[in-house]
Write a protein that binds this ligand. Structure first.
Ligand code: MG
Length: 303
C-alpha cells in the first residue's frame, strides 16, 4: 500500500477505509470550476456545478455527461431535502432555491434582516427538515463566479432556515469565509469549513465543529486545520469520519480530528460527495474535472 502513489496513509485506520487497488477515474473534464456534487440514489445520477460556465451537469453510469441546467445562475453547492428535492445555492441571484418535483423553482432565502445575502455557497439539510447554509462573499468578488457587488451583510454567516415557517436565523457570525458544511451521522455535531485563506494566507484554513443544541449551535472549536490549500466542501461517513476537500486532494479525519490519510488528486479539489448504490463511491469535483474513486467507507448523507 505504501507504494501506491494516490494514497497517503497517516494512520492505520485509513488503510481499512480505502481499496488498495481502486484508482481515481476521471469521469469528465471541461469544467472551469467544478463544485457542488449531489447524488440521487433513486435516479442513479450525480449532478454538479460548473460555476463559471453557468451550468449544472449530470452524470449517469450508463449515459455519461449531459447538461442538466443552463444558465444555472452560477449555482454552487447542492443537497437534497428529506423529500428528495434539490436544494441549491446560487451566486448569481444570491439565493437558496428548491427545485420542485415538477421542475419549478421555489426561492427559500435571499435576504437577511432586509439586506441581500452575499452569495450562498453550500448547504445541508437536517432530518428535521431545517436547511443550513453558508454565505461567504466568493460569488460577488468578481464577475467570474457571479456578479461583482459590494456585500450588504456586515458578516459572512452560517444560517439555519426553517422552510416550514420561512424563518431564517444567523447561527454563527464570526467566520471569515464559511464554506462547506456537514452533520455528523447522529446530527449532534455540525462541521463548517472556514476557507478565508483562499485570498489571504493569514486567514483560516480550518474546519470548525459545533454542538447542535436546541435550535442553535454551541461550543464552537477548531476541529482540524488543512495542511495543503483550503477546506471547501466536506462530507462525513457512517463511522463519523470527516472527508474534506483540499489543495492536494481529499483529506480524511477521524472524529477526534486526527488526519488519517489523503487521496491525492491531480487538481485542486473543491467538493466531494458519496454516491453510488452503496454510497461507497466518492465523487470529487476538482477544478476542471469530475473524478470518482471507490472506498470502503459509506457516506452518511441522506437521502
Ligand atoms: Mg464551497
Amino acid at each position: 500500500m505504501a507504494k501506491n502513489p494516490i494514497y497517503q496513509i497517516h494512520d492505520p485506520r485509513f488503510a481499512r477505509m480505502i481499496v488498495g487497488s481502486a484508482r481515481l477515474e476521471e469521469l469528465y473534464t471541461g469544467c472551469r470550476w467544478a463544485e457542488g456534487p449531489v447524488w440521487f440514489s433513486d435516479a442513479n445520477q450525480l449532478l454538479w456545478s460548473d460555476i463559471p460556465n453557468q451550468r449544472m451537469l449530470r452524470w449517469t453510469p450508463e449515459g455519461g455527461v449531459s447538461v442538466f441546467r443552463q444558465p444555472s445562475n452560477f449555482a454552487n453547492g447542492h443537497t437534497r431535502d428529506r423529500q428528495g428535492r434539490l436544494i441549491s445555492c446560487e451566486h448569481g441571484t444570491r439565493r437558496v432555491t428548491r427545485t420542485e418535483m415538477d421542475g419549478s423553482i421555489t426561492v427559500l432565502a435571499e435576504s437577511y434582516q432586509s439586506k441581500r445575502l452575499n452569495s450562498p455557497n453550500d448547504v445541508v439539510v437536517r432530518s428535521d427538515g431545517t436547511i443550513w447554509f453558508t454565505d461567504p462573499t466568493y460569488g460577488i468578488l468578481s464577475d467570474y463566479e457571479g456578479y461583482r457587488a459590494e456585500p450588504e451583510q456586515e458578516t459572512r454567516n452560517v444560517y439555519r432556515l426553517d422552510p416550514q415557517i420561512g424563518e431564517l436565523e444567523a447561527v454563527v457570525t464570526d467566520f471569515n469565509q464559511p464554506n462547506g458544511l456537514a452533520f455528523s451521522p447522529d446530527e449532534k455535531i455540525l462541521y463548517v469549513a472556514d476557507s478565508g485563506a483562499s485570498h489571504d494566507e493569514g486567514l483560516p484554513r480550518h474546519i470548525r465543529a459545533f454542538d447542535v443544541a436546541s435550535g442553535g449551535l454551541a461550543n464552537g472549536r477548531v476541529f482540524a486545520t488543512i495542511d495543503n490549500g483550503i477546506p471547501d466542501g466536506i462530507r462525513t461517513d457512517m463511522a463519523g469520519n470527516l472527508w474534506s476537500s483540499a489543495g492536494d486532494g481529499v483529506h480524511c479525519f477521524a472524529p477526534d480530528g486526527t488526519l488519517l490519510g489523503k487521496i491525492l488528486v491531480p487538481q485542486t479539489v473543491a467538493n466531494l460527495t458519496f454516491g453510488g448504490p452503496r454510497r461507497n463511491r466518492l465523487f470529487i469535483a476538482a477544478t476542471t474535472s469530475l473524478y470518482s474513486i471507490y472506498v470502503t467507507a459509506t457516506g452518511a448523507q441522506m437521502p
